[in-house]
Design a protein around this ligand. Structure first.
Ligand code: GRF
Length: 210
């Protein structure tokens, strides 16, 4: 399975994917920003990098066409969005239906969009987390592959909570890609996925613990 990762910045999820020893071939890392720190890490890890700068294109359609050309040129079977900070056109998303996944820093469907950690704190939730999901035209709403929950602790700031979540992002994103590469994730056609061969677990996380 050939995987292309799309980033815009730091690239810590990209790095987690590249270092996880997954049974896939990372064909390229593509960024919309030349200064994305993640590009340097990808090069150090021997992965080809490509910059497709949105500022070089007159509109979203022209940009998305160029992006698709770069992705298809690398023969991508799976596209992983990893902090790629661009809204993608419906045509682009549909072109890669069932082949494009994203990591989002909340327990979807709660807290779609930006500033998820601050919004979780403001809402007073006691559990927060992250989600890997297939990308559909509606923002942060596609079929969920895997989620991890973390407790929200008294005294948490968006940064401290975000760091706790990020640690789990680095676990579940490689897990999701592994399962997809192994052919264990089925899209059930009703907006959901199922994992083949997973033992039933009833482990519960209560927060706060009291
Ligand atoms: C992560 O929090 C991810 O969930 C969100 O954007 C952030 C990217 O961070 N989509 P990094 O570039 O992977 O370090």
């Amino acid at each position: 399975m050939r995987v292309v990762i799309l980033i815009s910045g730091r690239g810590s999820n990209m790095e987690a994917l590249l270092r996880a020893g997954l049974p896939v071939e990372f064909a390229a890392v593509i960024s919309n920003k030349a200064e994305a720190e993640g590009l340097k890490i990808a090069r150090e890890l021997g992965v080809e990098t490509v910059v497709v700068n949105h500022k070089d294109y007159p509109d979203r359609a022209a940009y998305d066409a160029k992006l698709a050309e770069a992705i298809d040129g690398h023969g991508a079977d799976l596209i992983c969005l990893a902090g790629f900070m661009r809204i993608l056109s419906e045509g682009f998303v549909n072109r890669y239906a069932g082949r494009m996944i994203n990591i989002h820093p909340s327990l979807l469907p709660a807290f779609t969009g930006l500033d998820t950690h601050a919004r979780a704190l403001a809402a007073g939730v006691k559990l927060h987390g992250c989600t890997v999901h297939y990308v559909t035209p509606e923002l942060d709403a596609g079929p969920i592959v895997v989620q991890a929950a973390v407790p929200v602790l008294g005294g948490d700031t968006p940064d401290s909570l975000g760091a706790r979540v990020l640690e789990q992002e680095h676990r579940i994103y490689p897990l999701a890609v592994r399962w997809i590469a192994e052919g264990r994730i089925a899209l059930t056609g009703d907006g959901r996925t199922s994992l083949q061969g997973s033992p039933a677990s009833t482990a519960v996380l209560i927060s706060p613990q009291g």
